[in-house]
Design a protein around this ligand. Structure first.
Ligand code: BGC
Length: 256
């Protein structure tokens, strides 16, 4: 097992890539805090924790809005109490909603930046404080191919992921002397609930598949596998960079 005894927190872990990641880290021997956003997601998060460890000693669900400073301080404090520290943080929580920029309301812009970027910052800072005291840890930020591919209708989302890229690189430099690695993973189109608006529409689905040399959406487990490796000692020399896992989408297959 890659992560025997490691203590991990995965945000937004009640579904999609976060869920697959929590399950994979658990399967690799980690003890996992399974973060979820609201009471609506609670049963799903509890099911993820129970799947990792039905006894509950090595996995538990924990509610927090990653965009709220008191929530994040409370959540990381709880991890400290229940796990004795944190070795791995996966900043996965994220939202998106298509809106042309000319019509983008400020509150939607702010909501996306708050969860995707400020949330990642708050979790990273709080977990980083624990990791600095422990003299070690790994932070994996769930970015996107949209940290470098522009996406019309998603300016807020692209801004959040572009911000995440330089957050990752900057903090990787700051914290390398503390023994903390900070890196990002950039999934392409993955079959998760965030993409239901495309997956449920055959024409839109084919349009996206045509953008992917491997010809299909990725599976959440294929991202989780990358996270498990990135968080393990096998990736001990990897920091300050983004690992792209996108079926080749970022080779721009339509460009001839
Ligand atoms: C988005 C997906 C999108 C993919 C590729 C991801 O960051 O969450 O909705 O399909 O990028 O465009």
């Amino acid at each position: 097992m890659l992560l025997e005894g490691r203590r991990a927190l995965v945000t937004g872990a009640s579904s999609g890539i976060g869920k697959a990641t929590a399950l994979r880290l658990g399967a690799e021997g980690a003890r996992v805090a399974v973060n979820y956003y609201s009471d609506k997601e609670r049963p799903d998060a509890e099911a993820v924790a129970a799947q990792i460890d039905p006894g509950g000693a090595n996995a538990f669900a924990i509610k927090a809005d990653v965009g709220s400073e008191p929530d994040v301080v409370g959540m990381v404090g709880e991890c400290q109490k229940r796990l004795g520290g944190l070795d791995i943080l996966v900043n996965n929580a994220g939202i998106e909603k298509e809106v042309p920029t000319l019509e983008m309301p400020l509150d939607l812009w702010e909501a996306v930046l708050r969860t995707n970027l400020t949330g990642a910052f708050l979790c990273l800072r709080e977990a980083g404080r624990l990791m600095a005291a422990q003299k070690g840890g790994v932070i994996v930020n769930m970015s996107s191919v949209h940290e470098f591919i522009p996406w019309p209708g998603f300016a807020h989302y692209c801004a959040s992921k572009g911000g995440m890229k330089l957050l990752t690189q900057t903090v990787a430099r700051e914290w390398a002397p503390l023994g903390i690695r900070v890196l990002a993973i950039a999934p392409g189109a993955i079959a998760t609930p965030i993409n239901d608006f495309v997956l449920d529409d055959a024409e839109a689905r084919h349009r996206v598949e045509a953008e992917i040399p491997l010809g299909r959406f990725g599976r959440p487990e294929e991202i989780a596998a990358a996270v498990a490796w990135a968080a393990s000692d096998q990736a001990g020399y990897v920091t300050g960079t983004t690992l792209v896992v996108d079926g080749g989408m970022s080779t721009y297959p339509k460009f001839t």
